[in-house]
Design a protein around this ligand. Structure first.
Ligand code: ATP
Length: 365
């Protein structure tokens, strides 16, 4: 069990900066997600936390101890990678036992620990089978077994489910989370899949171009994105952005888009110039009235809900509404936005403005 803290961690590869100045803390026992698009610096961050990559600057602490000079082998961390390599000439039991045997542990104790791990993973029946004939999921379970048998301080996983097909991926992600809940070991998990991050993580760090955009619990990140990047990256479809221009002072509790007066949580800070009003698709309702109006461009049937795309004078808006609401192509509908859920972004900086609704979240972001 371990708390892992990084402070102003930076990595340059020649003139290219892969990680700019990351600061966050993974609390003891947390399932912690490093999330972002390909190339944003997730793996580099994980490798620096693990001691596999030397930071250009910044610090890494494990349980309060600065570990900058400690190599990976002395940080007591276990890895699970996408390309899980098993020893093909050994059976399942030996593959799992290998880290303990190489530590010189006594035979009887090894047997006991391997049996316990096999029970946790539900693979007792395959212990004496060769690994060659196993399915992808079972191979991944064996790789996990080899990682957990050492009882390390923390697990680092880099897209461990990336090679699996969608159905299996979902099952394994549930298993991983359940395993974590049973063992309670600190886990840092790299993924580019926002759904996986939201489903599995206690906390999420969202990265883009080497920068930490936001850090927090999944619900806060979804409800109150700190930046326009996060608003767009999290959620499918992403948060809608209605574009406006003008002066919004501190304390403003509504915004004018054309003739439409839209109520919102009072702003704690203002903006002068271009801004964007962010609203999640499920917080848009179609109505007969409504000063904000849009023309229906498309509908997408999803079973209990449908996604309706409308063109407004301030940008395209997607509404997630009940699928029994009849919507005609090119009809003009009023749009009601749920005032309590609106975010305002300064489009010059891309940052959300603090408001009475999101202040705590964004100041921790
Ligand atoms: P992916 O999911 O594609 O692996 P990532 O977010 O994990 O993406 P990193 O692997 O951390 O991204 O890479 C971040 C950036 O740093 C990328 O542009 C990558 O090309 C670059 N990079 C990583 N390792 C090196 C290296 N050893 N030398 C030069 N550039 C590197």
């Amino acid at each position: 069990m371990a708390q892992i803290k990084i402070e102003h961690l930076r990595k340059d590869f020649g003139a290219f900066t892969a990680v700019q100045s990351s600061t966050f803390t993974v609390e003891d026992g947390e399932f912690f997600m490093l999330l972002g698009p390909s190339g944003c610096g997730k793996t580099t961050t994980l490798r620096m936390m693990a001691g596999l990559e030397l930071p250009s600057s910044g610090r890494v602490y494990i349980d309060g101890e600065e570990v900058g000079q400690k190599p990976a082998s002395q940080r007591d961390i276990a890895f699970v990678f996408q390309m899980f390599a098993l020893y093909p000439h050994m059976n399942v039991r030996r593959n799992i036992a290998y880290p303990l045997i190489s530590q010189g542990m006594k035979r009887a104790q090894v047997r006991e620990r391997v049996a316990e791990v096999a029970r946790i993973l539900g693979i007792e029946a395959m212990l004496d089978k060769p690994v060659g004939g196993l399915s992808g999921g079972d191979r991944q379970r064996v790789a996990l077994g080899r990682a957990i048998v050492r009882e390390p301080k923390a697990f680092f996983m880099d897209e461990p489910l990336g090679a699996l097909d969608a159905e299996f991926r979902e099952r394994m992600s549930e298993e991983l989370r359940a395993l974590h809940d049973r063992m309670g070991a600190t886990t840092v998990y790299v993924t580019h899949d926002q759904l996986e991050a939201m489903q599995m993580g206690d906390k999420i760090v969202v990265m883009n171009h080497g920068v930490v955009e936001q850090f927090g619990v999944p619900q806060d990140i979804y409800d109150w994105p700190a930046t326009m990047f996060v608003a767009d990256f999290i959620g499918a479809p992403p948060m809608n952005m209605l574009r406006g221009h003008g002066m919004l002072g501190a304390g403003a509790d509504h915004v004018m888009l054309g003739d439409a007066r839209l109520a919102m949580p009072a702003l704690r800070e203002g903006v002068a110039g271009d801004f964007a009003l962010g609203v999640r698709p499920e917080h848009v309702r179609l109505s007969d009235s409504g000063a904000l109006r849009g023309e229906v461009l498309a509908t997408e049937y999803l079973g209990t809900t449908q996604i309706v795309t409308l063109r407004t004078a301030f940008g395209e808006v997607k509404a997630r509404i009940a699928s029994d609401r009849r919507v005609a192509m090119h009809e003009t509908a009023g749009l009601d936005l749920d005032a309590r859920t609106l975010s305002v972004f300064d489009t010059a900086t891309g940052r959300a403005l603090r408001s009475s609704a999101n202040e705590g979240v964004l100041s921790h972001g």
